[in-house]
Design a protein around this ligand. Structure first.
Ligand code: GLN
Length: 482
């Protein structure tokens, strides 16, 4: 059984309490977060009060929600009214949102405990959390290494035992890649499955909120809680919430695993390759069928993504003008200099680069050559997936080409950083569900992630396939204790 379902039983039978679990998490944060730096804000008092309210409900014999008493860490680009939502940016350093994101609202209704807001690459642009304007989050497995990004704070918080669950956002891999680098499970649902209302927009046609946890069942529980139609998000799809809890076990026999040859080419770390191949063989031995497939457009994924995402970002980030809200320059001559100066002071270098790239690619004369062309590639990527899924149920491969790398190793080389996303961006371009689960450790004792991509709206099938791997591999990770 999942950790959290057994916690729930103990909670209801009063063997444990919400206060207990929350205090334990806060203890780990107090002890270790000066080194890990997963959190921008820790909501100590609020979390204890929420936990107490759950314990009181139970004492009174009232029913409690599916996440009763479970501490959840929330990425700091998701709005919650009790604290700042900074997006890891100076431009929103003091911004306290006047409303809750729909996912946060659903957490509250499920009786979860919101324990804090986690660090991220500024506006979720990055793959290492080094682009945060405030500090770099460290990988709990080795503090000299990055935890991945952009949801590195959420991934690190779960890996370090600071919260059993966390929310991240994934525009091109920002849930799956940090999950891979920290040994956690991270799930990006199908585009439209989870409301984006209250998620600060980066690339609106790509962004999707999703869960981190230490098991597929825990992640499924949180995914189910936050999924479902929301009239506040026009791209939210009118489908009922995911029905995954208690519904994950399927037979490996007959499961068709598509293995894209392009995911095992040059640039893939040999240890990652061996571990992912080993996991696939293990499932084959238990009765799964391996299907060789090809996704020929994979090599163009990064190029298309790094046009589409910056284009959307340049438009979305136009709202930070020093007038409506956010950082405002102290000195200026006129409105134009107020806006220019506020933006220059408020945005970090990577965000600035993306805005310039996106504005250029959208400008007259270049729009056809760059943006429209990228959209054509995007359609072809989608067609690749459609073709592949004619012969298999899910696609399996590595999540990230390498395990966690040292802080600083790619910080000054944007292209090297972008290449971290080579296996993850296509999922977002096609709007598909994707999950990363741990499949082994390197010789240096670093986690390796295996990615499963599913058909659009087959979030359940994706989670079930992930559960098959988890069950058959039966990996027990030596979680770092800090
Ligand atoms: N690393 C990718 C980027 O920088 C993906 C980020 C994300 O998924 N938010 O855009």
């Amino acid at each position: 059984m999942s950790d959290l379902l057994s916690f729930r039983q103990d909670l209801i039978s009063k063997k444990t309490s919400a206060g207990d679990l929350t205090r334990r998490c806060l203890d780990v944060i107090r002890r270790a977060d000066t080194r890990v730096k997963a959190f921008i804000t820790v909501l100590e008092d609020g979390a204890l009060a929420q936990a107490k309210a759950v314990d009181q409900k139970i004492a009174r014999g009232e029913p409690v929600g599916p996440l009763a008493g479970v501490p959840v860490a929330v990425k700091d680009n998701i709005c919650a009214t009790e604290a700042r939502t900074t997006c890891g940016s100076k431009i929103l350093e003091t911004y306290v949102p006047p409303y809750d994101a729909t996912v946060v609202d659903r957490l509250r209704k499920a009786d979860a405990v919101i324990i804090g807001k986690t660090n991220l690459d500024e506006f979720a642009m990055g793959s290492s959390t080094e682009n945060s304007a405030f500090f770099t989050t460290r990988n709990p497995w080795n503090l000299d290494l990055v935890p991945g990004g952009s949801s590195g704070g959420s991934a690190a918080a779960v890996a370090a035992g600071m919260a059993p669950l966390a929310l991240g956002s994934d525009t091109g891999g920002s849930i799956r890649q940090p999950a891979a680098l920290t040994g956690t499970v991270g799930f990006k649902p199908t585009y439209g499955r989870v409301s984006r209302y209250g998620l600060v927009a980066y690339g609106s046609s790509l962004d999707q909120i999703g869960p981190f946890g230490k098991s597929v069942a825990d992640v499924a529980l949180l995914a189910q809680t936050i999924s479902g139609h929301d009239p506040m998000d026009a791209t939210s799809v009118a489908r009922p919430p995911l029905q995954a809890v208690g519904n994950l076990e399927i037979d490996v026999q007959g499961l068709r695993l598509g293995v894209p040859k392009e995911y095992f080419g040059a640039g893939l770390d040999p240890e990652v390759r061996a571990s992912v191949e080993g996991a696939i063989s293990a499932l084959e031995k238990r009765g799964a069928t391996r299907v060789e497939v090809s996704l020929p457009m994979t090599e163009h994924g990064i190029a298309a993504y790094y046009i589409v995402a910056p284009c959307e970002a340049s438009s979305n980030l136009g709202r930070y003008d020093g007038v409506h809200y956010g950082h405002r320059a102290k000195t200026f001559e006129d409105v134009a200099s107020l806006m220019a100066r506020s933006r220059r002071e408020g945005f970090g270098p990577e965000v600035t680069r993306r805005i310039i790239l996106g504005t250029f690619a959208l400008s007259s004369g270049y729009y056809e050559a760059y943006y429209n062309r990228a959209l054509k590639v995007r359609r072809k990527i989608k067609q690749d997936f459609d073709r592949a899924f004619e012969t298999c149920d899910v696609l399996v491969g590595p999540t990230s080409p390498t395990p966690a790398f040292p802080v600083g190793a790619k910080a000054n080389d944007p292209l090297a950083m972008y290449l971290c996303d080579v296996y993850t961006v296509s999922t977002n371009l096609a709007g598909l569900p994707g999950i990363s689960i741990p499949c082994g450790l390197t010789k240096a004792k670093l986690p390796i992630g295996l990615q499963i991509q599913g058909k659009a709206f087959d979030d359940l099938g994706t989670l079930r396939a992930a559960r098959c791997f988890e069950r058959e591999l039966a990996l027990t990770l030596p979680w770092p204790s800090l």
